[in-house]
Design a protein around this ligand. Structure first.
Ligand code: ATP
Ligand code: MG
Length: 714
């Protein structure tokens, strides 16, 4: 351990060797916050603290896994609890489900399950959608949960128009979830926070059990997460949090930057450690990041220095089009690899929304450069995977109505949409799950005789499948695929030339099941597998050691680092995103997002934008991000790649804005006044919906097809 402390600076060592009492590690990017957390766990273990008294909460599964490896290297075999808040809560809730009216085998609804449930709740509540879209209602309910507001608390309150409608849907939606023995993602936190609030004995038991709690990336916790760690740190306030308010990028999901800023008020006996040395980036990169973030008014200025060598200037590259950008970056990567300067895994490409990776993918594939796209959830969104998982959900939890509605006629069994609606109405009327209604199909007068027979056949299939519920997962899945007729259904529509064919995907799911069985020989239960799948996050697929270029959204890049970073599409309406521009605090969050991206780079950083881009299939002019004007342009190397202008039609050129020459600006003068004042958060503002932020795929596959098509014009 002495050797390990040697590798730390004095302030890092102070944080690592702090044992009892609250600890706040407040520091900028690359200063070793995460490193301190892992070393601190090893140090606690060395002090004789039992592993089971320590819980480390991370923002992604990947971060937890990384932490696991690092702690294992420092303290082999220690069984410290490490994982995301959601996983932590899922496990606590499993043990105490009855306290919130759930059964132990409850299901976790994914985003699309929740959407379905919301759709039915809106219909059942009978509200008008003239003034509030389903998305707005869903996001209002989600905000309430993240702020620990129950449906009852909203009664009698004066609310805005959207909130008033949401308040009517909220209790219906919750009742649906309860009947389905299910929770959505927000509920995991909401239920656990309430469990701790209303069950003082349980709270104090858990406080005593988890005596040492560590939270990395604390700036991105929401009120529910805050309430949970606070409740577990009353009798034993050994709570250590690390964070950087400048990297708070999940406000749109309810994260509240005040949690970290008020930590010192919440825990007056806190020891605060500031880390000021950056070990990750070159001074060039750090200066660019620092100049940018100074433009946020609501922040505290931090000092950050580095002893790293100066390195090369940050590059701002302006391309003619999105596909020139993709080609240019792919060429640079190929050349660097060919020269032997770098390997593929040195490179990362970040973008604001997922859909932007398409043309890059194409360019890299053409050049034979291996790459990985970090979008772990995507696999589980595929139709065949969702179908099979829905069967598994229903086997595990017969009350899972969304799963039942999905599989009852998949593959086709002659049970039409109308019959399913009759089942649903009967179920709602009798307050029973739909599977139960299916068992009583003969009592439903509206059902045609033939439909009732088909439904009875489905119920008997279900009962056969359910006999396997406690078998190893591989066995359940293989039985399910044949018995349900799914294999035949896929074979008939198969094209096995395609590596992404449904059959290949099903094989991949079976492989995941085999792997799960292997890892969990004793406790490999179906609900544990489903829980793991439900809590997959978009960084999970990332393999650091693989020899591949990594592409991901800026949101997913948090906490990571790469020698060479390309940040694409630094354009107006993209970054800042169009949806965020009406609100100054959202623009500040977008600026933090760019700051996070910039500070991932160790040695080389290129920001790029282009003059035209294909957006939702429409090829049109775009203008540079206003954030570019906030950078120290005098020390940035600007490269403008001109290609022959006659490749595109003249009309278009005429409509092309002349705003390309970024004005020379006096950086000192333009620096926004710094202020430490933090405004009260805007509960009532509309946060952008999920689709329009980190995992948007709304421009779909058409963009790259369009771009490819256009390119042939050259
Ligand atoms: P972020 O805010 O981006 O999450 P962080 O503060 O968590 O950053 P780390 O990821 O812990 O920073 O550290 C950044 C890099 O610097 C890592 O590669 C880490 O190994 C290295 N590093 C941190 N402290 C030291 C040190 N004392 N000596 C050498 N390398 C260090
Ligand atoms: Mg970190």
């Amino acid at each position: 351990m002495a050797g390990l402390l040697d590798q730390l600076t004095q302030p890092q060592r102070d944080a690592v060797t702090h044992v009892d009492g609250p600890l706040l590690i407040l520091a900028g990017p690359g200063s070793g916050k995460t490193r301190v957390v892992t070393h601190r766990i090893a140090h606690l273990l060395e002090q004789g603290i039992p592993a089971w008294q320590i819980a480390a909460l991370t923002f992604t599964n990947k971060a937890a896994e990384e932490m696991g490896h690092r702690v294992n290297a420092l303290a082999p075999g220690a069984k410290v609890w490490m994982g995301t808040f959601h996983r932590f809560c899922a496990q606590l809730l499993r043990r105490h489900a009855a306290l919130v009216g759930l059964a132990e085998n409850y299901s976790i609804y994914d985003t699309s399950d929740s959407k379905q449930a919301m759709k039915h709740a809106i219909a059942a509540a009978g509200v008008s959608l003239t003034h509030a879209s389903p998305e707005k209602i869903a996001s209002s309910i989600s905000r309430s949960k993240n702020r620990l507001v129950t449906p009852e608390m909203l009664q009698g309150q004066s609310l805005g128009p959207v909130e008033a409608i949401a308040a009517k849907v909220y209790p219906v939606y919750q009742q649906h979830l309860l009947t389905a023995n299910a929770v959505d993602f927000d509920d995991l936190l909401f239920h656990v926070a309430n469990l701790l609030r209303y069950n003082p004995e349980l709270r104090s038991d858990l406080d005593a059990k988890f005596r040492y709690i560590l939270v990395d990336e604390y700036q991105d916790t929401n009120l529910a997460q805050y309430a949970i760690v606070r409740a577990l740190s009353i009798d034993h306030p050994n709570l250590a949090v690390t964070g950087d308010p400048d990297q708070s990028i999940y406000g749109w999901r309810g994260a509240d930057i005040k949690n970290i800023l008020d930590f010192e008020k919440d825990y007056p006996s806190v020891t605060t450690v500031r880390l000021e040395q950056n070990y990750r980036s070159t001074p060039n990169i750090l200066r660019v990041a620092d100049q940018l973030i100074r433009h946020n008014r609501r922040r505290k200025q931090k000092n950050l220095f580095t002893d790293n060598p100066e390195g090369q200037p940050v590059v701002l590259r302006i391309f003619e089009s999105g596909f020139d950008e993709a080609d240019g970056i792919a060429d640079d990567i190929v050349n660097a690899i060919a020269r032997g300067d770098a390997t593929a895994n040195d490179f990362a490409i970040f973008c604001r929304i997922n859909a932007m990776t398409r043309s890059l993918e194409h360019a890299l594939r053409n050049r034979g450069v291996p790459y990985q796209i970090i979008n772990g959830v995507e696999f589980y969104q595929r139709k065949e995977i969702k179908d099979l998982l829905a069967y598994l959900h229903l086997i595990n939890n017969p009350c899972h109505d969304v799963a039942l509605a999905r599989v009852i006629n998949t593959p086709t069994r002659g049970i039409g949409a109308k019959s399913i609606e009759h089942l649903r109405s009967f179920a709602e009327l009798n307050r029973i799950p739909m599977l139960e209604a299916a068992r009583r199909a003969s009592e439903i007068r509206e059902l045609a005789k033939r439909s009732a027979t088909m439904i009875a056949k489905f119920v008997s299939l279900y009962d056969r499948l359910a006999t396997k519920a406690t078998a190893p997962l591989e066995e359940i899945l293989r039985f399910l695929v044949t018995e349900s007729g799914y294999a035949t259904y896929l074979e008939n529509s198969a094209n096995d030339q395609d590596e992404n064919s449904p059959l290949a995907n099903v094989d991949e799911l079976i492989t995941a099941a085999v792997e799960f069985d292997r890892r969990h020989p004793d406790d490999g239960s179906l609900d544990a597998f489903l829980e793991q799948v439900a809590l997959v996050s978009d960084t999970d697929a990332f393999e650091e050691s693989s020899e591949r270029v990594t592409m991901m959204t800026l949101h997913a890049s948090k906490g990571l680092e790469f020698p060479r970073v390309f940040l694409i599409g630094v354009e107006d309406d993209m970054l800042p995103h169009a949806r965020s521009k009406e609100d100054e605090s959202q623009v500040e969050e977008e600026r933090r997002l760019l700051f996070v991206g910039i500070t991932r780079a160790k040695e080389f950083l290129q920001l790029s934008c282009c003059k035209r881009r294909s957006i939702r299939g429409d090829f049109r002019p775009v203008i540079p991000s206003p954030f570019l004007n906030e950078l120290p342009l005098q020390e940035i190397e600007r490269i403008e790649t001109k290609v022959a202008r006659d490749w595109f039609n003249e009309d278009f050129d005429q409509s092309y804005p002349d705003s390309w020459d970024l004005p020379e600006i006096d950086v000192e003068q333009s620096t926004a006044p710094l202020s430490v004042a933090i405004e009260p958060d805007e509960f009532n503002q509309d946060v952008p919906s999920v689709e329009l932020t980190d995992d948007s795929t709304d421009t779909g596959g058409t963009s790259s097809v369009q771009e490819k098509g256009k390119k042939r014009l050259i």
